[in-house]
Design a protein around this ligand. Structure first.
Ligand code: SF4
Length: 377
């Protein structure tokens, strides 16, 4: 199903992977566990023999979510709730929902009420990972998830089951990283939309199959620098709808670094394999990059973005702000001030999962880069 996909097919499937997931699950007789982002240890779900599927919103119309969430709930939360209430809920046998902000905390209760017969678990990783208790806490959470999933499924998993899943998922991330490194130097060979589709689909389909496609795609890439590209850093949590990447491609922006949960923060999730698998997953959690609602250092967001900008010799930072994301709204004013003080060109794009027209985003983005080229920024 996913082992022999071309880049074009990956981009198509990423728009709506669910029909193919339905078909695959029927053929394989597997259970599906959905999780919202970020940081649910997918390897645990896979080790139990289930298909972990990240829920990253839908661009389909909102019908039920608005009556269940306040108007100022973020676009991602509304879109994910709609995805399961109106469109794909029956596909899932259960959900693991991380609680990272006030919105996700309330959301998990709403999901629990709407799906009383499905497996439902929260993943409560600490928001401040520099606290002495954080490591112990993450470990307890991973072990609690293993126990809860074992109780629900009646299965037990061993360290070697976990290690096999970690192996497979690490391979996926290594392949994505190699392709990303290639794309940064060869924007003419692989567009932003194509690359980030590879990451997104990796988060939603069977890795054993999809890794074969990734390997073949990687082997077929031919160097092509292209002309007139401007290197930029993309900051934020997610970047949707995917047409926003098409916009970057259209005006020849080459994303050379990012902080997205559906980008580098996912690829960074390689688990160390020289230790106990749970300890390895704890290490992974403690060492991941900045994520908006998680604060261990108020300057970390700024420091990380500044470092990415300088290391990659980028020309600007584009920040994707999800409509009504309270965590981003909390961080953004300081980040803006600090980057501007450093003289780093910074452009904020407000996005919404249900956006149908990108014309206003296009105009503002074009104006920003025209000014940048003209030296006004
Ligand atoms: S972090 Fe932001 S985008 Fe994510 S669920 Fe919370 S409010 Fe929504």
């Amino acid at each position: 199903m996913w082992e022999n996909l071309s880049l074009k097919e990956v981009v198509e499937l990423t728009k709506d992977p669910f029909p193919s997931i339905r078909k695959w699950v029927k053929e394989k007789g597997k259970k599906v566990i959905g999780s919202t982002i970020p940081d649910v240890p997918e390897e645990v779900i896979h080790a139990f023999g289930f298909l972990p599927v990240s829920l990253i919103g839908t661009d389909k119309p909102l019908k039920k979510a608005p009556s269940r969430l306040p108007d100022n709930a973020c676009s991602l939360a509304r879109s994910n709730l709609e995805l399961v209430l109106s469109y794909e809920g029956d596909l899932f046998d259960g959900f693991v929902l991380p609680q990272v902000c006030d919105t996700t905390q309330h959301l998990s209760d709403i999901w629990r009420i709407h799906f009383p017969n499905k497996y439902m678990e929260c993943f409560l990783a600490p928001r401040q990972v520099d606290r002495p208790s954080a490591r112990y806490w993450v470990k307890e959470e991973i072990e609690r998830l293993i126990e809860s999933m074992g109780n629900w499924s009646g299965k037990k998993i061993s360290n070697s089951d976990l290690m096999n899943s970690i192996n497979l998922f690490n391979e996926n991330k290594r392949l994505l990283k190699e392709i990303y490194d290639f794309k940064k130097k060869n924007p003419g060979a692989l567009s932003n939309k194509e690359f980030f589709s590879l990451v997104k689909l990796s988060m939603q389909v069977d890795k054993e199959e999809f890794n074969k496609s990734l390997k073949a795609i990687k082997d077929q890439l031919k160097p092509q620098k292209g002309e007139g590209y401007l290197d930029v850093v993309l900051a934020g949590i997610t970047c949707d709808p995917p047409e926003v990447y098409g916009l970057f491609d259209e005006i020849k922006l080459n994303i050379v670094a990012d902080t997205l949960v559906t980008g580098t923060r996912y690829i960074q999730g390689i688990v160390p394999q020289d230790k106990d698998p749970v300890e390895g997953m704890v290490d992974r959690h403690m060492n991941r990059g900045f994520f908006s609602p998680i604060h261990d250092n108020v300057y970390r967001n700024f420091e990380e973005i500044k470092a990415l900008y300088k290391e990659n010799n980028a020309k600007a930072v584009i920040y994707i702000h999800i409509e009504f994301c309270e965590s981003q709204e909390y961080d953004l004013p300081d980040l803006k001030n600090m980057l501007r003080k450093e003289g780093i060109p910074f452009h904020v794009m407000d996005t919404e999962y249900q956006t149908l027209s990108l014309s206003h985003l296009r105009t503002r983005l074009q104006a920003f880069f025209e000014s940048l080229k003209g030296g006004a920024l």
